[in-house]
Design a protein around this ligand. Sequence first.
Ligand code: APR
Length: 255
Amino acid sequence: MADAGATNDQPSIVILTGAGISKESGLATFRDADGIWARYRIEDVATPEAYARDPERVLGFYNARRRGAVADDVRPNPAHVALARLEAEWPGEVLIVTQNIDDLHERAGSKNLIHMHGELLKARCTACAGVHPWRADITLDHACPACGSLGTLRPHVVWFGEMPLGLDEIEDALTGCALFLSIGTSGNVYPAAGFVQHVRMRGGVPTVELNLEPSEGATLFEHARYGPASEIVPAFVDDLLSGGLAAAGARASLR
Ligand code: APR
């Protein structure tokens, strides 16, 4: 009879995801040729200074993305579903650390999830810091549901120059994991792009990149597999669940 207080000594997995995992669900990435930063300047729409300078422009940018994220034809794809299955069936803990601000991981069934760059479907009040579910447009005419302030709501999204969320919990998870996966991210933005280094420094923990093409940090990963997430992620999860951690290298090309 296991001690009720025993921690789960099964191998844990940390999975970093980026915009590439949501691309086949119909949401744009950032740095692909047709990406968001090919159409907007970060300094105009994704910094605290931009919001202070022209809040309606920033709110409009996120309102358009929110409408896209809640559209009927935007649904979790097989990659999101496979990660939810992994969380449900893997004997140890599975933590998804996502850079994405959509809710596709949740809708696929993932529960152990950190949105390190915030959540598009939540609004935050700059007066009382209250955070509220929010699926509609945010305008300066809205009042904060908690404190009633007018014109103080912003997207609950981390802008450039702001501190990502959950970093302490993420650091703990990276320090104890037995496998690190990076899926659908270009490896351009820190601290997320540095997570693989954190795991490598521990030594002996497999690191795997699953992406459409080699990322900026591709050479930092021990194993890699390239292709559309909706194809390579389910295959990788199938192997992991049938072959255990040893499958991490077998499925992904050895470096
Ligand atoms: N399957 C797998 N990977 C894909 C697919 C796909 N179908 N389509 C694109 N990709 C890959 C691209 O090759 C690229 O490496 O997904 C990656 C997307 O990279 P970015 O557009 O840079 O997105 P991301 O890495 O999530 O950006 C990180 O930057 O702008 C900030 O806050 C924003 O969270 C974002 C952060």
